[in-house]
Design a protein around this ligand. Structure first.
Ligand code: PRP
Ligand code: ZN
Length: 304
């Protein structure tokens, strides 16, 4: 935290996102899809909101929970792993809960996993008793071990956790796994999942009682609209009523067909929202089952 603590403007919402790294681009893309745009400042640490009074602060992901706790930022987009670790550290230190997860955002998925040398057999968590486990997530790991009454030595490292067993500073590791390539390269194998992580929207436990609360509510509603639309397509076609049962069988991932009002009573227009991918092959199947004038439309936004 810088010595000159910036207090949040009362009439604008400030969101902290990662400046660079895995979550940086998708976080901006998501906020842009929510209708936000910014005037970039020269150093690009602060982006002034143009379309709405919602500003961005570009920071290290590790700083995001603290910025919310201090009230410097109102919301943040951060990995659940980082949020849970810092919340766990506060809890273990007997400090009050100041921030929590508002929404999972559906990108940046990874797992916090326990991994052991590949030549070891795994007999379950009891095997961890008195072992040395290297991790950058000491609080999440300690909670997990406590819940299983296991006494192990947590070796806290800020990076390069995966080489600790090779260096002899730990017996095994607890680290983030995405593709699994890092584990394979270090002759380790995953054995337990401690946390399923993804990018989340984090916010304060106590919401501000000024205009920022309604700005946050507006953003949440738009976020839900955007995330609900992932992979959704509107499908439209004409068909005879007799074909409906077979067409619905071919559309197991779609809402029930909606019959649209029409003067026509033989070839009736239908529409439905599909929740999966509609390939050419599926369109051809639908056509063979009697659908005509098939049309797949992208859904840009909804207000539920
Ligand atoms: C994580 C983790 C591993 C790697 C795993 O690091 O610490 O090093 O990703 O990914 P993989 O399963 O696809 O090989 P990250 O890239 O988040 O950087 P950091 O260690 O600097 O946080
Ligand atoms: Zn990090």
């Amino acid at each position: 935290m810088s010595p000159t603590k910036v207090m949040p403007a009362r009439d604008r919402l400030r969101i902290a996102i990662q400046k660079s790294g895995r979550l940086a681009e998708p976080a901006r893309t998501l906020l842009t899809a929510c209708g936000l745009s910014w005037r970039e400042s020269r150093d690009k640490l602060f982006c002034y909101g143009e379309s709405s009074p919602v500003d961005l602060l570009l920071v290290r992901d590790d700083d995001i929970p603290g910025l919310i706790a201090d009230g410097v930022c109102d919301l943040g987009i951060v990995g659940r792993n980082e949020l849970e670790e810092q919340a766990g550290e506060r809890r273990r230190a007997g400090l009050p809960e100041l921030y929590h997860e508002w929404r999972g955002l559906g990108f940046g998925q990874c797992r916090l996993m326990l991994a052991i040398p590949e030549e070891w057999d795994w007999d379950g968590p009891a095997q961890l008793q008195d072992k040395r486990i290297a991790t950058s997530y000491p609080a999440v790991l300690a909670d997990w071990l406590d819940a299983r009454n296991i006494d192990a030595h947590v070796v806290e490292l800020s990076g390069s956790v995966e080489i600790a067993p090779k260096l002899g500073t730990a017996d095994m590791i607890c680290d983030l796994v995405s593709s699994g390539a890092t584990l394979v390269a270090n002759h380790l194998k995953p054995v337990e999942t401690l946390l399923e992580s993804e990018a989340v929207l984090a916010g304060p436990v106590r919401e501000p009682d000024d205009i920022r609360a309604s700005l946050a509510a507006m953003l949440l509603r738009r976020l839900d609209g955007v995330t609900a639309l992932k992979d959704r397509k509107l499908l439209m076609f004409r068909a005879k009523n007799d074909y409906v049962a077979e067409l619905e069988r071919l559309l197991p991932d779609a809402d029930p067909l909606t019959r649209l009002p029409s003067m026509e009573d033989e070839w009736v227009p239908f529409q439905t929202m599909c929740h999966g991918v509609i390939t050419w092959q599926r369109l051809e199947e639908l056509e063979r089952a009697g659908a005509q004038g098939l049309m797949v439309l992208a859904v840009e936004r909804t207000l539920a």
